[in-house]
Design a protein around this ligand. Structure first.
Ligand SMILES: NC(=O)c1ccc[n+]([C@@H]2O[C@H](COP(=O)([O-])OP(=O)(O)OC[C@H]3O[C@@H](n4cnc5c(N)ncnc54)[C@H](OP(=O)(O)O)[C@@H]3O)[C@@H](O)[C@H]2O)c1
Length: 302
């Protein structure tokens, strides 16, 4: 059996991926900042070892990678504490740099890295997309030095525990009239199990080394379509009012002042680039599932 360390393995995508890896005979090591109580779903899964630790501490990271054949980096944030980009760089760029060093020091030769669609260190419109792009550059550079790395760049990811459809479902519940920022932004939602399968298959497919894969679902929708669809799945009759560009930016700035930042100006900037792919889901990773096949099952509120 091969051993793999999955940073961010206790998150939404991570839990699906770790279940899949464990079911395919990988021994999976998952660090988390959280206290690992009985309620953690991965805790009782055979083949998964989950532990509380600080992955930003280089020595800890090296210990985690000891004896591993591969590593996966799923760590990512959508919002930072301040607004100058340093929070995104700390999590996306600096952690990736530390992980690459740890892989090199521990002889871990295979790395799968989660980025985002249209991440771009120079031309990305937001701190989120620029920092994701910068992290990708580090991975590409490490590839030139011998690390067997593969990058994945998904559109929005959906699944029973997602924070996209579920978040809109919660907001719509209490809002008969729903003012929506960036209504015309386009997405190609991709199913979490399809993303997890792409990662797992890539581990045993050497042709994916050195490649980056955009991961999009089979259909594209505007944000307004998706919010309308969410309301429909929940059985809510709601008036959704698309805001123009300046009102969208203002709403994002105001929501960014609230605790937990339901939306931020940086999110608004990310939404200025459509999150859609020029090409279909990579055939080597199978056929992607559409939202209509899955979302109604977990959104239905009765
Ligand atoms: N979900 C989407 O629609 C989507 C779309 C495109 C790209 N992505 C990317 O896919 C990856 C996984 O996304 P997800 O939806 O699964 O996110 P998630 O549920 O929020 O999980 C992210 C993981 O990152 C870890 N993490 C967050 N902040 C951290 C920090 N400051 N230090 C250390 N660890 C930290 C968390 O670990 P703890 O266990 O310690 O909390 C968590 O397990 C991310 O890189 C994200 O940018 C997601």
């Amino acid at each position: 059996m091969k051993r793999i360390c999955v940073l961010g393995g206790n998150g939404f995508v991570g839990q699906s991926l770790c279940r899949l890896l464990a079911g395919n005979n990988w021994l999976v090591r998952v660090p988390s900042r959280r206290h690992i109580g009985n309620q953690e779903p991965l805790r009782t899964l055979d083949g998964v070892e989950i532990m509380q630790c600080d992955i930003h501490e280089p020595a800890r990271l090296e210990t985690l990678l000891t004896g591993c054949d591969a590593a996966i980096n799923l760590v990512g944030i959508l919002n930072e504490k301040g607004s100058d980009g340093s929070g995104f760089r700390h999590v996306h760029v600096e952690l990736t740099r530390k992980l690459i060093h740890a892989c090199q020091n521990q002889g871990v030769s295979r790395l799968l890295h989660m980025s985002a669609l249209h991440a771009d260190a120079e031309r990305g419109p937001s701190h989120y997309l620029r920092s994701k792009g910068e992290a990708e550059q580090l991975v590409v550079e490490a590839g030139r030095l011998g690390l067997s790395a593969t990058r994945f760049c998904p559109s929005i990811i959906f699944g029973p525990e997602d924070s996209f459809f579920n978040r809109f479902a919660s907001l719509l519940r209490f809002a008969p009239v729903f003012p929506l920022a960036c209504p015309a932004s386009r997405f190609a939602p991709v199913y979490v199990e399809d993303v997890a399968r792409a990662f797992m298959l890539s581990l045993v497919d050497d042709d994916t080394i050195g490649q980056a894969y955009n991961l999009c679902g089979p259909n594209t929708y505007t944000l307004k379509d998706l919010v309308r669809y969410t309301a429909q799945c929940c059985g809510y009759h709601r008036l959704i009012i698309g805001l123009n560009d300046s009102a969208s930016a203002l709403q994002a700035r105001l929501l960014g002042l609230l605790p937990g930042k339901p939306m931020s100006y940086d999110n608004y900037l990310s939404l200025t680039v459509d999150s859609v792919c020029a090409e279909g889901f990579p055939a080597r990773f199978g056929t992607p599932v559409a939202i209509e096949e899955v979302v109604p099952e977990y959104l239905y509120r009765g």
